[in-house]
Write a protein that binds this ligand. Structure first.
Ligand code: GBH
Length: 496
């Protein structure tokens, strides 16, 4: 091919890629749209009115080197003082629901019920009432990573005592807020809590106990989730008639080729990355995925441990945890390619050595401000189909999906991300018959992005972090999402 032709060809290819049109089909009439945030990322007021210290307060204050620029959530978006402004933004977007989390230590400063912080309770009561008065359903997460510090002092999630302690907190929340809250989520992304918090030590509470800590952590969380579910089911559902679930995160893992090895490796990745927490709850057989049980037992033995590093559930526990959901919640952002590889050498134990696969992201995929987040809309469609088939056609709510940049107001990349992912979602619903009933954009506004601090922005609204008023301004993507919600359509006019 001569050079001019070649350049033309490349140009047309890249044009046709950027011009891929969003779907002109409509979302089903009863489809629900929302946006999400989490307490530590937006509230601020970290020590106001009797709030206790949690592990993210502690982590950002004592490990400033672990967060970019030493940033903290001390003030964040100041939503603790500005929640009426948040309600106005939600109203303007026209969302059906708002997914946010409760700060456990704002309600119970010690983590236990020996102290109840009335100011914290009132804050959430006022906020929830304001949402309801404006026709916005509260979707409430009990735990989005901010464990009360006193509970970390006794070891945090790897300590089995936390099952009971969480159950008491959950009952307290159902009692206080359950009259108005009809959609509950126990945990947000326990995989992150356990892997980053207790395995790798990269996030709060910063415990490095790779290969042991993450599995013990998850074991407690699975049981704590089930306890909260059963408490709701038995003590509250009869009078409050809401629903309850858990939020799990996973990307899509695409085999690098159609060789049997690569396909096996991709399925193994899904079972470790998602099945670890999904299988015990959503799979009709319950328990951890067999591939995890077998591989971790085998590697543990070779490493010289007296038993598997993966804790075992009793038959009663399997039964108790199985089926503890009313709908399936999934946070998903991106995709990885998976290649089969020889098992990692026996050495330092760890989750990724237990999986032993090689993953990469295609260099041709569009990126974002987050190194891990590449724009791969078809991956979400495949993931939704895999979940549909693996867990027996559940009702699914996408509880997070979104795109990061530097926080600019004119943000066509985010707008395109939403248009493309929502197109894939429509195809999954209309063409594949996957039962997805809701979609949640992460996030309502720019906020504290954990160890990335304020360098990475996911908001539909911009927040001016240099201004003490934390002024919020809607972005281009926010205007687009608002239109999508109003019209249930991704383009100017949809097929009727
Ligand atoms: C969600 O996690 C969280 O629920 C939310 O609080 C957060 O703000 C949002 O995503 C955006 O990140 O840096 O390569 O080690 C999404 C899952 C898992 C994505 C950890 C980033 C770190 C990958 N996250 N992952 S890496």
């Amino acid at each position: 091919m001569n050079l001019v032709l070649h350049i033309l060809y490349v140009l047309i290819l890249s044009l046709s890629e950027s011009l891929s049109e969003p779907s002109n089909k409509k979302f089903p009439e009863n489809f629900q749209f929302g946006v999400a945030t989490a307490a530590y990322q937006v509230e601020g007021g970290w020590s106001d009115d009797g709030k206790g210290v949690n592990i993210w307060d502690q982590f950002t204050h004592t490990h400033p080197d672990s967060v970019i620029n030493g940033d903290t959530g001390d003030i964040a978006c100041d939503s603790y003082h500005r929640y009426m402004g948040d309600v106005e933004m939600l109203k303007n977007l026209g969302v059906n629901y708002y997914r946010f989390s409760l700060s456990w230590s704002r309600i119970l400063p010690t983590g236990y019920t020996n102290q109840i912080n009335e100011a914290g309770v009132e804050y959430y009561q006022n906020f929830i009432s304001a949402l309801k008065e404006n026709g916005i359903e509260p979707f409430v997460t009990l735990y989005h990573w901010d464990l009360p510090q006193p509970l970390q002092e006794i070891g945090g999630w790897p300590n089995p005592l936390l099952e009971d302690i969480f159950a008491v907190y959950a009952r307290t929340a159902f009692t206080l807020f359950g009259e108005k809250v009809k959609n509950w989520m126990t945990f947000n992304e326990p995989k992150q809590t356990c892997l980053a918090g207790y395995g790798l030590g990269s996030a709060a509470p910063g415990i490095s106990a790779s290969g042991i800590g993450e599995y013990e952590c998850m074991h407690t969380i699975m049981k704590a989730h089930a306890r909260a579910y059963h408490i709701y089911d038995e003590e509250f559902r009869p009078t409050q008639s809401g629903r309850i679930s858990i939020v799990l995160d996973t990307g899509w893992y695409e085999p690098a080729s159609d060789s049997e090895e690569d396909m096996e490796a991709a399925e193994r990745s899904l079972q470790f990355e998602h099945g670890w927490c999904a299988h015990p709850i959503y799979h009709p057989d319950g328990n951890y995925p067999q591939v995890m049980i077998d591989r971790i037992a085998d590697r543990s033995q070779k490493e010289g441990f007296s038993k598997s590093r993966l804790p075992e559930f009793s038959a009663e526990e399997i039964e108790y945890i199985r089926g503890t959901f009313d709908f399936l919640c999934i946070n998903t952002y991106t995709t990885s390619m998976v290649k089969w590889t020889n098992d990692y050498e026996i050495g330092t134990p760890g989750f990724y050595a237990d999986v032993s696969v090689s993953t990469y992201q295609d260099p041709s995929w569009n990126g974002s401000a987050s190194s891990w987040l590449k724009v791969v809309p078809w991956g979400m469609r495949k993931l939704l189909n895999w979940i549909d088939q693996t867990y027996n056609h559940p009702e699914i709510v996408i509880t997070e999906n979104g795109y990061s940049d530097d926080g600019r107001l004119d943000d066509p990349n985010r707008l395109n991300y939403y248009a493309e992912y929502l197109t894939s979602l429509l195809e999954a619903i209309l063409e594949d018959g996957v039962n997805v009933s809701g979609y949640t954009a992460w996030s309502l506004m720019d906020n504290f992005e954990w160890t990335s601090g304020y360098t990475v922005k996911f908001g539909l609204y911009q927040v001016d972090f240099d201004n003490p008023n934390r002024t919020r301004t809607i972005k281009g993507s926010g205007e687009y999402y608002k239109n999508v919600i109003a019209s249930k359509c991704l383009v100017d006019t949809c097929e009727e």
